[in-house]
Design a protein around this ligand. Structure first.
Ligand code: SF4
Length: 296
């Protein structure tokens, strides 16, 4: 197994080094507003994932603030991708989506959009519109929250959709030539080490081009915290070394053409009491690459 699959290489795919700018498009989530459910996924606290530069600003202002934010950190880019990340970014009428996406695309430095969403918040009409945006020259990518390939897990974490739904959304998106990314969580309740590694074989059947992986973080005040308190034996809770081993096994099974965007999630310390959750992506990646090389 090689170690060159890490990171989203926009230079290879588009010939440009593109920086993602997180944009809060003002969308909500059907698993919170009562359409699918009210409590949300048991692990979710969306407040933990909003960069401070998105707060209380229009989409255009967020893009300007994001460009300044990254420039101050010395990150050079040939252009930007507006990354609609918070909540479910296709959960609105087509007219609303059009206004919000096209506001982002009207910024001269923005080359495209990346849309994070739930698989049950997409339909043929929205996908046809995204395919048209792509034909007109914008970069368009969609990232779906897969979270787990097992229906029992999806039910336990109150996800509100099945894996069949995930598969259908991913296939319909990829059929239109839109690159599809997925997101999964390692360590959800009821999943054993073997199930996690086996999930790679299931994911291999999906036409995804990238995957973000992160360890389960039990955030304070979320329903999964109560689930963990009541059923600790159902949670794998690997420490960093064990997690790296598990990732190495998982990646050995995963199709080599699937790029890996993230392997860890770190939320602000006030949201979690799990100290290893603060481990940085770069640090863990360095250790994972070392482990992969030592195995080959
Ligand atoms: S994880 Fe996504 S789908 Fe689930 S409740 Fe949070 S915003 Fe909604």
């Amino acid at each position: 197994m090689t170690t060159d699959r890490f990171g989203f290489k926009t230079k290879e795919r588009y010939g440009l080094r593109l920086q993602r700018l997180a944009v809060d498009g003002g969308f909500t989530c059907p698993n919170r507003d009562g359409t699918v459910g009210t409590g949300g996924c048991t692990f979710c606290d969306n407040r933990a994932f909003h960069p401070s530069y998105t707060h209380g600003k229009s989409i255009m202002q967020q893009i300007e603030a994001g460009i300044t934010f990254h420039a101050r950190r010395g990150r050079k880019a040939d252009g930007y991708l507006a990354y609609f990340q918070a909540f479910s970014n296709t959960y609105a009428s087509l007219e609303v989506l059009r206004v919000r996406y096209e506001e982002a695309l009207s910024h001269p430095a923005v080359r495209g959009i990346v849309i994070g969403t739930r698989p049950d918040c997409i339909d043929e009409e929205k996908l046809d519109y995204l395919a048209r945006l792509k034909e007109q020259g914008s970069i368009v990518e969609v990232e779906y929250g897969i979270e787990s390939v097992y229906d029992a897990t999806l039910e336990r974490v109150n996800r509100g959709h099945t894996f069949v739904c995930t598969k259908a959304a991913i296939e319909a998106t990829a059929r239109r030539g839109i690159p599809v990314g997925g997101h999964i969580i390692i360590g959800l309740p009821g999943e054993t080490r073997e199930m996690i590694v086996e999930a790679a074989s299931v994911l291999n059947e999906l036409p995804i081009s990238s995957l973000k992986i992160h360890q389960l973080q039990i955030l304070k005040g979320t329903p999964i915290e109560a689930d963990f308190r009541e059923h600790p034996a159902d949670f794998l809770r690997p420490g960093p070394d064990e997690y790296i081993d598990l990732l190495a096994d998982f990646l050995e099974r995963l199709r080599p053409d699937i790029a890996i965007g993230r392997i860890v999630s770190s939320v602000p310390p006030s949201f979690t009491d799990a100290p290893w959750g603060l481990l940085k992506q770069e640090e863990l990646l360095k250790r994972l690459k070392k482990r992969i090389i030592s195995r080959s």
